[in-house]
Design a protein around this ligand. Structure first.
Ligand SMILES: N[C@@H](CCC(=O)N[C@@H](CS)C(=O)NCC(=O)O)C(=O)O
Length: 216
């Protein structure tokens, strides 16, 4: 089997890195440096015309978008390992959270990230496509993004009520969302206001594969 993973540190690709670590499957790693434009080179644009990571190439087929990658890897490698549900309602539930986190939750997080002064953007790699000139950053945009994030984190908090993980047992849906929620926490959103989320995140960080990645 051939599996290549195109990655950049401190980027959305960290989600796929965690998914691959949980699955424990072998792959070839191609590390790109966003800040020097490696994601915009013609040879990479042939693999992902969006010029973004993560991308996996499995058996010669390129798959981009982190949510699609998590669901694909889950379906192909995760079911036997009890990290992704077999087809059916549980799988639907996992897909719901994965898609929601990328489409709905990450949207105001990206707005907030873009509106923050550079020194408050944390260690995340600058995303050349979403970078805003300093004069375009406004406190109105920032406050609206924060308010939207609070609304969505409340939905996540309610979704976790009475359960340790998103679909009951730990799954790649948790692996995926911990990456996005951890990033949101680094943007100055106080996750402590969402006790179920805080507790869940702590349990995700205790997973050996994730703890190892966090050690660096
Ligand atoms: N929706 C995409 C977003 C991927 C994305 O925005 N990746 C950024 C890093 S966080 C990137 O590769 N940026 C490269 C660039 O801006 O040149 C996904 O979930 O995979």
């Amino acid at each position: 089997m051939s599996l290549t993973f195109y990655f950049a540190p401190m980027s959305t690709a960290s989600i796929t890195e965690a998914v691959l670590a949980e699955l424990g499957i072998p792959f070839d790693l191609v590390k790109l440096n966003i800040s020097v434009g490696e994601t915009k080179k013609p040879e990479f644009l042939k693999i992902n015309p969006n010029g973004r990571v993560p991308v996996i190439v499995h058996e010669g087929v390129a798959i981009w978008e982190s949510s699609a990658i998590t669901m694909y890897l889950g379906e192909v490698f995760g079911v036997d390992k009890k990290l992704y549900p077999a087809p059916g309602p549980k799988r639907g539930e996992a897909m719901k959270w994965i898609a929601w986190s990328n489409v709905t939750l990450a949207e105001p997080a990206s707005r907030l990230f873009a509106s923050l002064p550079l020194e408050e953007q944390g260690d995340a790699e600058t995303n050349s496509q979403e970078a805003l000139a300093p004069e375009m950053k406004s406190s109105v945009i920032m406050e609206k993004a924060k308010a939207d994030l609070v609304d969505y984190l409340r939905i996540l908090n309610e979704g976790l009520e009475g359960r340790s993980f998103l679909i009951g047992e730990y799954s790649l849906a948790d692996t995926h969302l911990q990456g996005i929620v951890g990033w949101i926490g680094s943007l100055g959103i106080d996750l402590k206001s969402f006790p179920n989320v805080t507790e869940w995140l702590k349990h995700c960080y205790e997973r050996p594969a994730i703890a190892k990645l966090m050690e660096g």
